[in-house]
Design a protein around this ligand. Sequence first.
Ligand code: GDP
Ligand code: IMO
Ligand code: MG
Length: 423
Amino acid sequence: MSVNLLLGLQWGDEGKGKIVDVLTQSYDIIARFQGGPNAGHTLEFEGIKHVLHTIPSGIFHPKAVNLIGNGVVIDPVIFKKELENLAPYNIDFTSKLLISKKAHLILPTHRLLDAASEASKGKAKIGSTLKGIGPTYMDKTGRNGMRVGDVFTKTWKKRYKTLVKKHLRMLEYHDSALEFDISELESEFFEALGILKKCKVVDSENYLHKAQEAGKKILAEGAQGSLLDIDFGTYPYVTSSTTTAAGACTGLGIAPNKIKEVFGIFKAYTTRVGSGPFPTELFDEIGKQIAKVGHEFGATTGRARRVGWIDLVSLKYAIRINGVTQLMMMKGDVLSGIKTIKVCTHYKIQKKIIDYLPFDIQSESVTPQYVDIPGWEEDLTGIEEISELPKKFSDYIDFLEKELQVPIKIVSVGPDRKQTIFR
Ligand code: GDP
Ligand code: IMO
Ligand code: MG
């Protein structure tokens, strides 16, 4: 049986959570493959809004099993809060939520190290969510990390203490003005860890192999976006995991030849939260309008998201890297009322017109080359059928589809589950 994959093609917050929730009815298993509580995936239905950070976005459906894969990093403290937020919904977590033994744990000192590292960078800071993501993945690849399965072993406490001792020394090196009470942080951490230990912890790769053999339908859920990928993103302004398609193989133990459809999600415009290059960024009134109408504030940190026009150069790059087979366009409704919409088709660098992402778009001055597309006036948020879409909006979709050479199969016109149009 095959596995389908869903991931973001921009700098995150494309609307992955919403679409995973919409698609879950057709799947048996939703498996998150990377990232951690830096993610904020928003779901809206029946007038309620939910933001998930670690728990996969299929959790509200009665049947689907939601698996937190080995590629994910888990902060027990945030995980506990997520469970508490879900308490009113009578979800049977024992049957519906599985955690990989190989997922790594974010320790309180990882969070402190993240903060100290960012503070030491000054103006060059990444704009991290400060959830401890970078330091945790560093310990993973440095072979010092603590995995969920480790906490059930006898030697765990000793290894934990050794690692924390090292972290505290590293904090001294950073010489930051960070104030913290380690015993307070640890008591919060260990209490939350107790809750996590009660969850169903599994050998997730085996579970998924058996599920595939049994013909179960699996959807792998990505976090962040392709332009935040550790290798292919706008380095160093990226996150510390593989957000692109390959991350589903390493983050779940799924073989590449088992992946069938790759769903690539993008907004009808672009946003970015945190530092780093953003060639099509808007600093004018239109940018402010898009940010306001689109409620462009980070789901995890509440920070204002930077806003800009759609960028086909980076979208084509992300489509190629991920092998995207179907596109999903989000938030078209936000652009209603804008007279002329700009679409970046090329970059100009030192008088040269290029259609690819250069090595370092930070240091080179990139001038986006735009095509003007007439905007539409109509409110899209109540539209349910493809045939009801205004002509100019359909023309915008057709233009993008022709440029990107991949079919746009879903058009989202609002945050609610129901505001989803299949093409
Ligand atoms: P994710 O991280 O990719 O899951 O995306 P986020 O949840 O961080 O950000 C997407 C935001 O846009 C959320 O507030 C969603 O509720 C909202 N959203 C999703 N799709 C649409 C849409 O089509 N139109 C509008 N107006 N909002 C949307
Ligand atoms: P979802 O899954 C948007 C950004 C941060 C920062 C950089 C590194 O909701 O799309 P990190 O905390 O990983 O060290 O931050 O990556 N970032 C995100 N931006 N959406 C996300 O996740 C993000 N996760 C991290 O703002 O610029
Ligand atoms: Mg988000």
